[in-house]
Design a protein around this ligand. Structure first.
Ligand code: ATP
Length: 507
């Protein structure tokens, strides 16, 4: 049974640091807010999740192909997509405790509701009361309804490209006689010329490369373009560890389909994607689909679902599956002057009744967070099993029940002692696994019990123990992580058991 308790996040973050999954970025300098480094086990877990996504979305299908686009794109991409003007969060300051927060994520209360709060938000301060304003939310920290006006804050990281640092030019263009408005315009003019942006989503590259991919690979609609990569958002509220960070990774696919077929494909993809998580998770009940209300839909979308997970703090988004209409291709075609359309000679054009139909494809987009899936799978896998030992002492076994395909290390090869030829025999087994391209670990440190516990905690599905009998009859003990059961097998069978389990389809 997975653990659901308020301090589960604390346990996960502590395990991740202790065991080399995730570290705070630049930790020795005090860390950089909301930036994380994936350690030796974290990088394997992340890569395994990414590989499974790619296998399912690209290798197992004829109708999806992949790309890997650059992170910086022509600034016009972001103007056309609407990210430059519209990709912003509404920000508000609390006039009582000075907290700055996102209006759309703040606790909602009906206008006129009386709220109690403490002056300055400090414990022991004067108790005050106030009524919720018409906008219907209050400060998430102190519950005060007295708030500043909303301001928009663009989420894209901006930098500059070119040989001249635009900041060094600013001194030449600013004059004392300028008003502050004129100064702002002059700064924008100087820095704007070389401005480029770190992409806030991977999706736009699939739209602007639609034609190149379609033509070079002779793809026929319906077809998809998949991509996995880094995205960057200057998030105001960074929260829940890697759930919401400023630098993160996405696994996105744009599926181009005939106008009118988007409803059918949305149903197909939302179910496919929900099933995908279910194949790897222990507790499927913690995944659900939530359809967006009409007022939640982005202006370009005609329908959208979120795949949500029950995080320790409640249901939250894991992946969005959106029907994006023909908005992006149409807008990029208008702005670039390049026809981003598709000609199907086997179809009749519904508007003319003639054979051959040229149309702008509609798009279904399953957009998942890779780093968010890492967190979700760690939460799903974390278990604590209590038992009583021979001396009557209560013991807790911490085990990460990661799916074997996601487990960073597939098997631990453990010589019972560091002598008598056991290390050499164990290394032969390690070599056989490495030859098969499987990541295993040779471990001879500490007692066998401690080694089992260490590998339970990092989710290693099997421990293969080499003892004196192994030298005589070529057998090893295979210990199963989830049940703790041990059984004796010839070495070749033990290797096959592990390989079969990680190669077989997901459960
Ligand atoms: P949210 O509502 O949580 O802000 P979103 O709707 O802005 O997410 P999308 O733009 O649909 O997210 O991005 C697709 C996926 O990328 C999300 O479902 C999430 O898994 C992931 N994602 C988005 N923003 C972040 C972030 N700041 N940190 C980590 N993952 C993110």
């Amino acid at each position: 049974m997975a653990v659901v308790e308020p301090d589960l996040m604390t346990k996960i973050t502590s395990l991740c640091k202790r065991r080399g999954f995730i570290f705070q970025s630049s930790e020795i300098y005090g860390g950089l807010r909301s930036c994380y480094d994936y350690g030796p086990l974290g990088v394997e877990l992340k890569r395994n999740i990414q590989n499974e996504w790619w296998r399912c979305m690209v290798y197992e299908r004829e109708d999806v192909t992949g790309i890997d686009a650059s992170i910086m794109m022509h600034p016009q991409v972001w103007k056309t997509s609407g990210h430059l003007s519209g990709f912003s969060d509404p920000l508000v300051d609390c006039l009582n405790c000075k907290e700055r927060f996102r209006a759309d994520k703040a606790p909602k209360h009906a206008a006129g509701t009386e709220m109690a709060y403490i002056k300055g938000g400090k414990s022991g301060g004067e108790k005050l009361k106030g009524k919720v304003q018409d906008r219907g939310y209050v400060c998430p920290v102190c519950s005060c309804p007295e708030l500043s006006a909303e301001r928009q804050f663009n989420l894209m990281f901006r930098t500059s490209m070119g040989p001249v640092d635009p900041l060094s030019e600013i001194g030449n263009v600013l004059k004392d006689s300028m008003t502050s408005e004129q100064k702002r315009a002059a700064i924008e003019e100087t820095t704007g010329k070389s401005a480029v942006y770190l992409r806030p989503e991977t999706a736009q590259a699939m739209f602007v490369q639609f034609l190149n991919v379609q033509q070079s690979m002779s793809m026929k609609v319906p077809f998809g373009i998949a991509q996995v990569g880094k995205s960057f958002r200057n998030e105001i509220v960074v929260e829940h560890y890697v759930f919401r960070s400023c630098e993160f990774e996405q696994m996105e696919m744009e599926f181009f389909c005939e106008p009118g077929s988007q409803g059918e494909w949305l149903t197909y993809w939302k179910n496919e994607r929900l099933d995908w998580y279910g194949r790897y998770a222990n507790d499927k009940a913690k995944f659900r689909l939530r359809r967006h209300d009409e007022d939640e839909l982005a202006h370009y979308s005609d329908d959208c679902y979120d795949i949500e997970y029950l995080y320790p703090w409640g249901w939250g988004e894991l992946e969005g599956v959106a029907s994006r209409t023909d908005y992006d291709l149409t807008k990029h075609a208008e702005a670039s002057g390049v026809k981003l359309s598709y000609f199907d000679q086997n179809k009749v054009d519904p508007s003319t009744g003639k054979q051959g139909w040229r149309y702008t494809p509609y798009v279904i987009e399953p957009a998942a967070g890779l780093t968010r899936t890492v967190l979700c799978m760690l939460l799903d896998a974390y278990c604590e099993e209590k038992s009583v030992d021979a001396e009557g002492q209560e013991k807790t076994r911490v085990v990460l029940k990661l799916h074997p395909k996601f487990a960073p290390i597939k098997a631990a090869i453990l010589p019972l002692v560091k002598k008598d030829g056991l290390p050499e025999k164990a290394r032969e087994i390690v070599k056989a696994f490495r030859k098969a391209g499987v990541n295993v670990s040779y471990d001879e440190q500490q007692s066998i019990g401690k080694r089992y516990a260490r590998h339970d905690e990092i989710g290693t599905p099997y421990c293969l123990t080499v003892d004196m009998q192994s030298l005589d009859d070529g057998t090893v003990t295979v210990r199963d992580r989830d049940s703790g059961q041990q059984s004796r097998h010839p070495i070749s069978d033990a290797i096959k058991t592990v390989l079969d389990r990680i190669q077989e389809g997901s459960n």
